[in-house]
Write a protein that binds this ligand. Sequence first.
Ligand code: NAD
Length: 287
Amino acid sequence: MTLFTINKVGVLGAGLMGHGIAQLAAQAGCEVILADTAKQALDNGYAKIKKLLDKAVQAGKLPQEKCAEIIARIKTTTDIKALCDCDAVIEAVPEIIDTKKQVFCKLDEVVKREAILATNTSQLSITEIAAATTRPDQVIGMHFFYPAQVMKLVEIPVGEHTSEWCVQAIVDLAQRMGKETCVCKDTPGFIVNRLLAGFMVEATKVYDEKLASVEEIDKAIKYALGHPMGPFELFDFSGIDTMVRVADGLVEAFGDRFKVGIGVRNKVRAGDFGQKTGRGFYDYRKD
Ligand SMILES: NC(=O)c1ccc[n+]([C@@H]2O[C@H](COP(=O)([O-])OP(=O)(O)OC[C@H]3O[C@@H](n4cnc5c(N)ncnc54)[C@H](O)[C@@H]3O)[C@@H](O)[C@H]2O)c1
């Protein structure tokens, strides 16, 4: 089978995940169009990429001219139509099935026929998202972890109709980004989030029980299990809204064992999503 090589990458959604994916694609030598409906998200994402690359230059890890080349490969836009001639688009919009379906329907309309449409969903059905398009054989999961620039794995869930050439093209792209890949079946939560959610959901229950303070629980897990962050630090870091949506999706598939506690649900209702809003289980606002 001839390898379909992806040279121009579109990234839709410039939030926590999207800007990191755009940086990785540019570092892999691809032309990148980073698109978002919010101009502010694009400006923030672009600034974060620049800051990280500048830091690498200052640390002597990246030559200045290479840094300039990587940055020059990334263009930003609020117009989804600008993704029209990409070889692959990686979607990183919020974890809401209706939003994903609407976005894929639109991408199918505007992006060239031979392109691959990939989703960074954490647990939603690739097959269901693919069914919103006229090219379900070219729709696939490309699940990066946060922060995408640092985390080594890309999980690649394969939909019911995804073609083998599409799997190979996405594995190749992930490897060019310097990642390890893991191809798996399209089931809720795939491998990593199904297992991680069990742990995180239990943490929301001990929070409701006031078993100990969040600081004590995070400390216990870090020192006992060698995790880089405790569960509440991880909630705040990854976005409480996103993590609760992942768990809710698993309830639908696997039942109440993935049902989160009331305390974490109330944080979502209050708009306290963690580091990105300034407050979550911890307070990040400056006095
Ligand atoms: N946060 C994590 O740790 C993490 C890890 C792996 C995967 N994911 C997945 O990545 C996806 C994005 O998550 P995130 O944490 O980056 O979310 P986020 O809220 O930080 O960013 C989402 C971005 O999408 C934009 N957006 C919303 N609707 C849009 C539309 N219709 N068209 C274009 N842009 C739109 C928003 O303006 C925002 O900038 C989700 O599917 C999530 O499950 C998240």
